[in-house]
Design a protein around this ligand. Structure first.
Ligand SMILES: Nc1ncnc2c1ncn2[C@@H]1O[C@H](COP(=O)(O)OP(=O)(O)O)[C@@H](O)[C@H]1O
Ligand SMILES: O=C(O)C1=C[C@@H](OP(=O)(O)O)[C@@H](O)[C@H](O)C1
Ligand SMILES: [Mg+2]
Length: 187
């Protein structure tokens, strides 16, 4: 069904979709946020890997980025059409126009933003991101930021998560969700 045909969903019932660059903390913060909210959690990359029975790196290596993106769009559709949850998207998912339309119809989107120098340090911990392999992380992330920040800027909420620990990022997102009317106010 096209995203436009879906009934509008009240903000308190929407899935919370985390978007932003690789390494900003969508996966690890998203899992903690879901626990905090008592919602199920799903990670786009984990779902793609399960569907393909292959790692993200292997999908890129064997089939190329465009096949990965097609799989990513299918997975995002399933996750966004399903019951309310916290979704950690892969950093490129929001670039797909259909995924964006579904997000607009079904989710509250949160752009997690951090200084590139911090993100560059974090992505060096694991060699699981094919778009960064063999490249200077700061330079590669800078190019991705240039191309993607205008798209991420279309998110409903922007949360700066620079510097702090995971728990601080969760708190910052909780405050933003509260201010947006997604959560009941806490005492
Ligand atoms: N706020 C944070 N404080 C400390 N480490 C973090 C924070 N956010 C993410 N990290 C670390 O950075 C790395 C990348 O985080 P991850 O959640 O996989 O990001 P993403 O899913 O956005 O690519 C992981 O090692 C994670 O533990
Ligand atoms: O930004 C991207 O294009 C990508 C981000 C990755 O997810 P994370 O943002 O969770 O690292 C993963 O989907 C793939 O390596 C491509
Ligand atoms: Mg991730």
């Amino acid at each position: 069904m096209p995203a436009n045909d879906l009934e509008p969903i009240p903000v308190q019932e929407r899935t919370i979709a985390l978007v932003g660059l690789m390494g900003v903390g969508k996966t690890t913060v998203g899992r903690r946020l879901a626990r905090r909210l008592g919602l199920p959690f799903a990670d786009g990359d984990v779902e793609i890997e399960a569907a393909a029975a292959m790692t993200v790196s292997d999908i890129f290596a064997r089939y190329g980025e465009s096949e990965f993106r097609a799989g990513e769009a299918r997975v995002m559709r399933r996750l966004l059409e399903g019951p309310r949850k916290v979704v950690a998207t892969g950093g490129g998912a929001m670039l797909n126009p259909e995924t964006r339309a579904l997000m607009k119809a079904r989710a509250v989107t949160v752009w997690m933003r951090a200084d590139l120098s911090i993100v560059a340090q974090r992505v060096q911990r694991r060699d699981t991101r094919p778009l960064l392999r063999g490249r200077d992380p700061l330079e590669a992330l800078g190019q991705l930021a240039e191309a993607r920040y205008p798209v991420y800027a279309g998110a409903d909420l922007v949360v700066d998560v620079t510097g702090g620990a995971h728990a601080e990022a969760v708190e910052a997102i909780m405050r933003a969700l509260e201010a947006h009317g997604v959560l009941e106010s806490r005492p």
